[in-house]
Each structure stands twice: as structure tokens, then as C-alpha cells.
Write a protein that binds this ligand. Structure first.
Ligand SMILES: [Zn+2]
Length: 261
């Protein structure tokens, strides 16, 4: 009884969100035109993505930093790309945070690390985006547009999917390349695929081979998961050919098979 009552309440809440945040046809189609990796998706998938984007826009709070103005085009582009990975998992996956902070361009963050000898090293890190546990998610609009993707193959670069993959990864409390899974056994099975795929990838990067995934993925297992998620949605065929076991792992997690389109 409570479950039915709860489902009805949720339905009413979602309906109100959909009315408040209805996406006009013109804006929807112009946004899709900027995301060529969605071009061959079936119409029902796109309709569900549009619905989920409305819910996302209603539940999340966008803010512009440094005078950047977040308009409808900006917000919808982020919403659509953020919702794609959770299309089959549900938008509740993102319930742990509300804020999305948009910058016009990449952000320079001052970092500090202490080495084994206790010597402190300070350096600047250029960030296209950043996801923190509990939020907010930070994104550079120039990078969302792919304008600054000279270091990575433009076709596989997707900062929104990258940062939201980190959000999914951190749902179990740690950024380690393993998203929240239902049991310790599932986690074990995940690592049995991810770890050898990651190790092999790192070897290929060290040997200087061309790889579908950007070399940055060799940084750590959590970056490997985030970069692999970008490729999974943006250049799925290429990822499937180069790392089929990794592709299958992501396909079972996201419950999608983008290479089929
Ligand atoms: Zn990352």
C-alpha cells in the first residue's frame, strides 16, 4: 500500500517537473544537432532522454561562476549529456548532489602534494570539469562544447559524461573505478574485468601505442572508468573493437549497447 502511495506521489511530482521544465521542440532539436553521437538513437530512447532532461533541469541548480550566464542552451546541453549514462539506471543515481557550477572556460586550480621525503610540491592543474562527492559538479562550457579538445581526439572527448561517470563511481563513497554495485560479489566480478583491462591499457600507453581511450585514462582506475565511459557513449564501435571486455562490462552496467546504433 505504501509502495503504491509512494509511486503515485512520485508520479505527480514528476508530472509537475515535466510541466515546469518542458523543453520546446526548437531547443530540443538544435541541442541534439550538437551531439552527433545521439544521431542514430531510436526515437523512443530520445523521447525518454528528453523527459529525463526535464526532470534533471528541475531537480538540479545551475549557477554561473565569474559572470558566466547559464542560458537554456547551456543547461539543456549539460542535462542531456548527463542523463545519457543513467537513461536505464534512473535519474535517482544523481540524488546525492544538486549544484552544477558552470565556468566560461577551464579553471586553474592550485594543487599541493607532499612527496615521500616530506617535500611539498605546488603546481597548477587546468580543470575542464570536476566532480566532488556530495557535489557540486563543476564544468567549463568551452570544454562542454569541445572547443578546447586539442589534446584529446575530439570525437571521444566528452567532459560531461566524464564528470558524471565520476559521480556514479563515487556513489559507494570512493573514487576507485567501481560504481555502486549491489554486492561484494558483483564488485569482485567487476574488478576481475576492470583491473586486467586497465593494466593492459597502461602497458599500451607506456609502449606508445595509439589507443581509443585518451592516455589520461592511465592516471588511475577512476580516471580509466571515466574516460572509458566517454568513449563508450561517444565512440562505442571503436571501444568495442579495441577493448571488447571493457565494452561488455560497461554495457552491462549502463544497460545500454550504443555500438548497436
Ligand atoms: Zn576525471
Amino acid at each position: 500500500m505504501i509502495a503504491r502511495w509512494w509511486a503515485a506521489l512520485r508520479q505527480r511530482r514528476d508530472q509537475r517537473s515535466l510541466e515546469r521544465r518542458a523543453i520546446g521542440d526548437e531547443l530540443w532539436h538544435s541541442t541534439l544537432a550538437t551531439l552527433p553521437f545521439l544521431a542514430n538513437r531510436p526515437v523512443p530512447d530520445l523521447a525518454r532522454l528528453r523527459r529525463m532532461a526535464s526532470l534533471f533541469l528541475d531537480r538540479k541548480e545551475f549557477s554561473g561562476a565569474g559572470g558566466f550566464v547559464v542560458d537554456d542552451t547551456t543547461a539543456l546541453s549539460v542535462a542531456v549529456q548527463a542523463c545519457l549514462p543513467v537513461l536505464e539506471l534512473g535519474i535517482d543515481q544523481y540524488d546525492a548532489f544538486v549544484g552544477i557550477v558552470m565556468h566560461a572556460d577551464a579553471v586553474v586550480a592550485e594543487r599541493e602534494v607532499t612527496d615521500e621525503d616530506g617535500v611539498v610540491h605546488r603546481y597548477d592543474e587546468v580543470l575542464a570539469g570536476e566532480a566532488m562527492e556530495g557535489g557540486p559538479v563543476m564544468l567549463s562550457w568551452a570544454d562542454v562544447l569541445g572547443a578546447d579538445s586539442t589534446e584529446r581526439p575530439a570525437t571521444a572527448y566528452n567532459v560531461v559524461i566524464h564528470e558524471f561517470a565520476h559521480v556514479l563511481d563515487m556513489r559507494d563513497g570512493q573514487p576507485d573505478g567501481v560504481p555502486l554495485l549491489s554486492s561484494a560479489k558483483e564488485r569482485e566480478a567487476w574488478l576481475q574485468v576492470l583491473t586486467p583491462e586497465y593494466d593492459r591499457f597502461c602497458e599500451r600507453v607506456v609502449c606508445g601505442y595509439e589507443t581509443v581511450l585518451d592516455a589520461y585514462a592511465a592516471e588511475s582506475p577512476d580516471e580509466f572508468f571515466a574516460v572509458a565511459s566517454e568513449a563508450f557513449f561517444v565512440t562505442p564501435q571503436a571501444l568495442k573493437e579495441e577493448q571488447p571486455a571493457l565494452y561488455r562490462l560497461l554495457a552491462s552496467y549502463f544497460r545500454q549497447d550504443p555500438a548497436a546504433y
